[in-house]
Design a protein around this ligand. Structure first.
Ligand code: DUC
Ligand code: ZN
Ligand code: ZN
Length: 469
């Protein structure tokens, strides 16, 4: 089976040019100048007209939590529903987190995640490993997992009693990563301080979702980020700070990067667009829709604009979603009368490419930077580049035809295929549209909608990060 994507503008992280893309089976065979006769006449089985459209590498969402057990419930998207929604939005690979909480064995959890995802994904998938308990067993597993293609390890400075690692445990895991080539991913919030603030707020009767944001202040994020950066410096481990929402934390990351450290920042669409005042502060219990950690920050403090700036400067390395959806009914509602019981998370896996393209349309980032943070650098950061993240001969034919003159209306009954009973993005209008999506050479989304298949997605073994100094 051959497919020719003809007449489009191929956009990479470094530039854009008119080119035709020839797909043979599951991979890209050639990128051809328009009218090129180098390969003789091409009689492809299928021709996709991309005139006037952008042709970009499939999106890589390097931070998702399908079916994640959290706060007494579990994330409402299964691997099937979540990866199908991702396909609708032009994401062709997710990197999901295997969870080891206190008291669990890492390798048991890896087996469980393979069971959950295997045969159930519409797009390709890979895993990171959450290490909730750093001990001799999990440190040994970190070596084993590198060989199994799970080359990054998330630690938490938040959630005491569930996921939190002490500074000593973090140090040990970082020493291990410095030795075996793994990447440390860090949830940077001072969880012990936050727990006291939460308790004090509840005792004052401050129980609404707004106080989730108030009790997780930017100081707790910046302090933890600083500590993680210093421990990484001490051990020589590369550090990727996940879901950064505070401008002060990003300033610390930028400082470390300027000093030549292998430190990287990730942010998410919610931190670029949404805010403490407008969303967490919505009337009644409505703000629960946007309870996630790190929390949305105050627009009055200018975090959102600063985060866009850091995408331009490169100090935000990737934009992922931290897709961790919960329904309002029976899930978020667990926290009525006590914001600390609201399961943390927002669903966005379907909307990342569109929401970031709006940044291109609005003049906040360049077209190439859009492709870089959504597709190419996630591939390099997590050892997928060459196979994923690039339109070049030999790469997997994961391709999106994106219409810059199209339009996407987000919300229930419109563009919304995630397994959630609300959209965190209700009413958002995007000046662009995902027209066609190919995953390993197969069209999985076209103008009629999702045309892929559960089980098409394969597990991808990752190599070491290709994005280190
Ligand atoms: N933050 C979230 O919002 N959800 C899941 C875990 C996390 O760290
Ligand atoms: Zn986290
Ligand atoms: Zn997460």
């Amino acid at each position: 089976m051959t497919t020719l994507i003809k007449g489009g503008t191929v956009v990479s992280a470094t530039g854009s040019s008119l080119a035709d893309v020839l797909v043979d089976g599951e991979t890209i065979a050639a990128v051809l100048a328009p009218g090129s006769t180098a390969l003789g006449p091409i009689n492809a089985d299928t021709v996709i007209d991309a005139t006037g459209k952008y042709v970009i590498p499939g999106g890589i969402d390097a931070h998702t939590h399908m079916e994640m057990p959290f706060g007494g419930t579990q994330a409402s998207d299964t691997f099937e529903t979540g990866t199908t929604a991702a396909a609708w939005g032009g994401t062709t690979t997710i990197v999901d987190f295997v969870v080891q909480a206190h008291g669990q064995r890492v390798q048991d959890q890896v087996a469980l995640w393979h069971e959950k995802a295997g045969g159930n994904c519409a797009i390709d998938y890979a895993f990171h490993q959450i290490i909730g308990e750093v001990d001799a067993d999990s440190l040994k597993a970190m070596d084993e997992l590198i060989d199994e293609g799970i080359t990054s390890f998330k630690l938490f400075m938040a959630y005491p009693g569930v996921f939190l690692s002490s500074d000593g445990q973090i140090l040990q895991a970082m020493q291990k990563a410095a030795g075996n080539g793994g990447l440390i991913m860090m949830h940077c919030e001072n969880g012990s301080a936050i727990d006291v603030l939460v308790q004090q707020a509840l005792e004052r009767g401050e129980t609404t979702p707004y106080y989730h944001g108030i009790t997780r202040p930017w100081q707790a994020e910046q302090e933890a980020t600083h500590r993680a950066v210093m421990l990484a410096d001490l051990t020589g481990a590369p550090l990727y700070v996940v879901h950064v929402s505070a401008k002060q934390a990003l300033a610390r990351i930028a400082e470390a990067r300027n000093a030549g450290q292998n430190v990287f920042g990730e942010t998410c669409p919610q931190y670029l667009y949404l805010s403490l005042e407008e969303n967490l502060g919505a009337p009644g219990f409505e703000g629960a829709k946007w309870v996630c950690s790190t929390p949305l920050r105050a627009r009055a403090e200018g975090h959102q604009d600063e985060l866009w700036k850091y995408i331009r400067t490169g100090d935000v390395t990737t934009v992922s979603t931290d897709h961790c959806p919960f329904c309002m009914k029976d899930q978020k509602e667990m926290g009525i009368g006590n914001f600390a019981k609201i399961p943390n998370g927002i669903g966005s896996v379907e909307h990342r490419l569109d929401l970031l393209y709006q940044g291109v349309h609005d003049g906040r980032i360049s077209l190439e930077r859009w492709v870089d943070v959504c597709c190419t650098t996630p591939a390099r950061m997590f050892g997928l580049y060459g196979k994923k993240g690039v339109i070049a001969p030999g790469a997997d034919a994961d391709i999106v035809v994106y219409d810059p003159n199209g339009h996407t209306s987000i919300g229930l009954g419109k563009s919304h295929h995630m397994n959630m009973d609300y959209s965190a993005w209700e009413g958002y209008e995007v000046d662009g549209h995902v027209d066609v999506v190919l995953s390993r050479g197969t069209v999985i989304k076209d103008e009629t909608g999702f045309v892929g298949r559960t089980g098409h997605g394969q597990f991808v073994k990752r190599g070491l990060s290709q994005n280190l100094i």
